[in-house]
Write a protein that binds this ligand. Structure first.
Ligand SMILES: NC(=O)c1ccc[n+]([C@@H]2O[C@H](COP(=O)([O-])OP(=O)(O)OC[C@H]3O[C@@H](n4cnc5c(N)ncnc54)[C@H](O)[C@@H]3O)[C@@H](O)[C@H]2O)c1
Ligand SMILES: O=c1ccn([C@@H]2O[C@H](COP(=O)(O)OP(=O)(O)O[C@H]3O[C@H](CO)[C@H](O)[C@H](O)[C@H]3O)[C@@H](O)[C@H]2O)c(=O)[nH]1
Length: 326
């Protein structure tokens, strides 16, 4: 397949590019490098442009296409920032996506895989969240992703544009060969922050946000899913769209929850080091427990996560963080 990857210089997008290229697919990356890295674009050419520029998108489709499939990872994704500057989130995530969809229609491209998130569900009403769970986002980031999902449904009905929205739970881990990994500035995610506190303790003190949640050890529980398992799901979702019409959505998670303290203990075991931390006040908007029911992705896409233990996931991330070079 020829695949156009919006946001392919970012954390998840670059891992998907490597995974696709290893399986013989041809990649073009479209990215403005706002949070991504040119060094992570190694499996295809880079078109350095912005999805807020509709002409640049259409030019890319015409000059480098036609493509069999589009993947869209571009987004602003800091929950706290989305609360204080919602306009950035609605513009980048909603208007930017609309520009992509309109360019697809103008150039007769029909299939897109979209990066959605567990944040579309808001505060969970049950501990295992399936796709039927009400979508009531509690911040503009989640709201912007929900709006795109609605837009995709309307474009499917009106224009026959086919899509799969993949609702990732907590993406984590790195390329097992450590060519690429997670590198955000600022870094807000737990696993990289735990590992950075070991690599550079004087600059990175690990903070644990809240230890009085209604969980066994008082810290929040999340569903950690390896970035290469997400990559596998993207390819399967693309193949799925060659046989189906409509707008679909699937959860992607392991279906098991681990607390923040479980992550700290597993990281200590993998690295063989003691991990210091400070308990801080809870972070605004953090639900106590978020765990996926991902049976639909397993049944309909034939997806099966390979990295099911925290240790195996953290081991790949640790290899990357010890030699992080962008
Ligand atoms: N990391 C997670 O745990 C997680 C969980 C759920 C959903 N998601 C979603 O997955 C996607 C990828 O996440 P990530 O962690 O890889 O993020 P990332 O920030 O590493 O990657 C996003 C990429 O999109 C590019 N981009 C952003 N705005 C752009 C614009 N206007 N024009 C062109 N390029 C632009 C960035 O430069 C970057 O390379 C995002 O849509 C995010 O909302 C991530
Ligand atoms: O330095 C840190 C970072 C995080 N945490 C805690 O660790 C847990 C996981 O936090 P992350 O920031 O790693 O992940 P989130 O669950 O907040 O969010 C991720 O998953 C969400 C859906 O589940 C959204 O998709 C979001 O975009 C994505 O970043 C939370 O309890 C958080 O408070 C810490 O204690 N210290």
């Amino acid at each position: 397949m020829k695949v156009l990857v919006f946001g392919g210089a970012g954390y998840i997008g670059s891992h998907v590019c490597k995974y696709l290229a290893q399986r013989g697919h041809e990649i073009t990356v479209f990215d403005n490098l706002s949070t991504g890295h040119a060094e992570a674009v190694r499996w295809g050419n880079l078109v350095q442009q912005d999805i807020l520029n509709p002409d640049a998108i259409e030019d890319c489709f015409r000059q480098h296409g036609p493509f069999d499939l589009v993947m869209h990872f571009c987004a602003k994704s800091l929950v706290g920032e989305s609360v204080t500057s919602p306009e950035i989130y609605y513009r980048n995530n909603v208007v930017g996506t609309m520009n992509i969809l309109d360019a697809m229609l103008a150039t007769s491209h029909q299939r897109i895989i979209f990066s959605s998130t567990a944040a579309v569900y808001g505060n969970p009403q049950q501990s295992l969240i399936d796709e039927q769970h009400p979508r009531s986002p509690i911040n503009p980031y989640g709201q912007s992703k929900k709006m795109v999902e609605e837009m995709l449904l309307d474009y499917a009905n009106a224009h026959g544009l086919d899509s799969v929205s993949l609702r990732y739970f907590n993406a984590c881990g790195a390329d097992p060969e450590a060519d690429i990994g997670e590198s955000h500035q600022p870094e807000t995610h737990l696993i990289p922050n735990v590992l950075k506190s070991l690599v550079n303790p004087s600059q990175n003190v690990l903070k644990i946000f809240g230890d009085q949640y209604p969980t066994a050890d008082g810290t929040c529980i999340r569903d950690y899913i390896h970035v290469n398992d997400l990559a596998q799901a993207h390819l399967l979702a693309g193949e799925f769209l060659f046989n189906r019409s409509g707008a679909f959505a699937f959860n992607l998670g392991n279906g098991s929850g681990f607390s923040v303290m479980d992550v700290v203990k597993a990281a200590s075991q993998v690295t063989g080091r003691h991990i210091d931390y400070q308990i801080e006040a809870p972070r605004a908007g953090d639900p106590p427990i978020l765990v996926a029911n991902a049976h639909q992705a397993q049944q309909q896409l034939g997806w099966k996560a390979e990295y099911t233990s925290l240790e195996a996931i953290i081991e790949t991330a640790w290899r990357w963080h010890q030699n992080e070079n962008f």
